[in-house]
Write a protein that binds this ligand. Structure first.
Ligand code: KG4
Ligand code: ZN
Length: 358
């Protein structure tokens, strides 16, 4: 089975071809994975500008799809289906992607699957590591910070969310406060390498409270105060703030996840697997801390490679392929700018937003 994936929900125009043999647990292979980042277009504004994003998607989508097909040596007549992100995200980009996907499906008479971007992130561990259900997932991106129980394709329970800023957003805002370029996550990580993680006593919001939820806006305020203490920040001070910020974030995640792991173990006897996904999961320091937590608790650790943590279309193709081989019906409801993965979860500030990075 060969699937074409298309992803245009935020600031990456992406297309990919994924192949898998028949059978419910057959391993998959990424034949091509093309990602065109719009970072340079948005950098002067310090965040994603929706109209610029939509125009950039429109300008490059055909070329990116063509590149994905050529790199995989596959033609549109040879594919078995198309999967496209139809939410959550920025409306303009979502419309460009879904229109292209629908056109290809119509002309070539192929099935189309409209995919929740978060499901793409959630199922990536099955694409890369054939991870069996159920597993515990930390989804940390520019628009989302959630702990989810992944029970099956389309079967997700949200156990926790941020009650304010998403973690990627907190990284981006920290970078902005310190005068580092956009996107901030990788810049904060780089600066932190030469910093002292204990130089600043930043807060660990909600730590110790009887909740799995997270909060990062207080941490951002503390970073602002630290940055304002000196009129001109030295390179070392910036590094120290970044390292202390990252240390506080890792502490909070560790605390929440060890509680989530206990909750999981109360329900399931099966071997326990913990998965990280989303752009922030590309952070080496956070990965290392969470990997250690897994080792301490005797949990399997699955972390997709960096390129599959940040936005890409291979994860969308894969989600479509998983749905297709289970013969799940596609409910095409147009685009959805908000689309929680767990429809039953109580809506909270900061949960289910995407694309408001500016
Ligand atoms: O999943 P993603 O590519 O897009 C969304 O769906 O939002 O995540 C992008 C977010 C950005 O906020 C970016 O700053 C953050 O992930 N990010 C990182 C790192 N690489 C990307 N945050 C921390 N450390 C990194 N190395
Ligand atoms: Zn994402």
């Amino acid at each position: 089975m060969i699937f074409l994936g298309i992803e245009t929900s935020c600031d990456e125009t992406a297309a990919a071809i994924v192949h898998a043999d028949d059978g419910p647990n057959a391993p998959a292979e990424i034949l091509s994975n093309i990602v065109l980042s719009q970072t340079e277009d948005h950098a002067p504004f310090g965040g994603v500008v929706p109209e610029i994003a939509a125009r950039a998607h429109l300008n490059s989508i055909e070329n990116i799809v063509q590149q994905a097909l050529s790199a995989a040596s596959v033609t549109l007549t040879e594919i078995d289906g198309i999967a496209v992100t139809s939410g959550p995200g920025l409306a303009g980009g979502l419309i460009v992607g879904t229109m292209v996907a629908r056109s290809i499906a119509m002309v070539h008479q192929k099935p189309i699957y409209t995919i929740n971007h978060l499901e793409g992130h959630a199922l990536t561990a099955r694409l890369t590591d054939n991870t069996p259900f159920p597993y515990l997932l930390l989804l940390v991106s520019g628009g989302h910070t959630q702990i989810l129980l992944v029970k099956g394709v389309g079967d997700y329970e949200r156990w926790a969310t941020t009650i304010d800023d998403a973690l990627g957003e907190a990284f981006d805002k920290t970078a902005k406060l310190l005068g580092l370029p956009y996107p901030g996550g990788p810049e904060v990580e780089k600066a932190a390498e030469t910093g002292n993680p204990n130089a600043y006593e930043f807060p660990r919001p909600l730590k110790g409270r009887d909740t799995l939820d997270m909060s990062f806006s207080g941490l951002k305020t503390a970073v602002r105060k630290a940055a304002q203490e000196s009129s001109e920040l030295s390179q070392q001070a910036i590094s120290n703030i970044c390292a202390s910020f990252q240390n506080a974030v890792a502490d909070v995640l560790e605390n929440r996840l060890s509680r989530a792991m206990s909750k999981f173990s109360d329900i399931y006897d099966c071997p326990s697997t913990f998965v990280v996904a989303g752009g922030v999961a590309a952070n080496t320091d956070i990965r290392r801390r969470l990997q250690t937590l897994c080792a301490t608790n005797d949990w399997n650790w699955v972390a997709p490679p960096h390129i599959l943590c940040t936005d890409n279309a291979a994860m969308i193709a894969w989600a479509g392929l998983e749905r297709h081989r289970l013969q799940l019906p596609n409910i095409d409801a147009g685009i959805k700018t908000r689309w929680p993965l767990d429809q039953n979860a109580v809506s909270k500030i900061g949960s289910g937003r995407k694309g408001s990075k500016a």
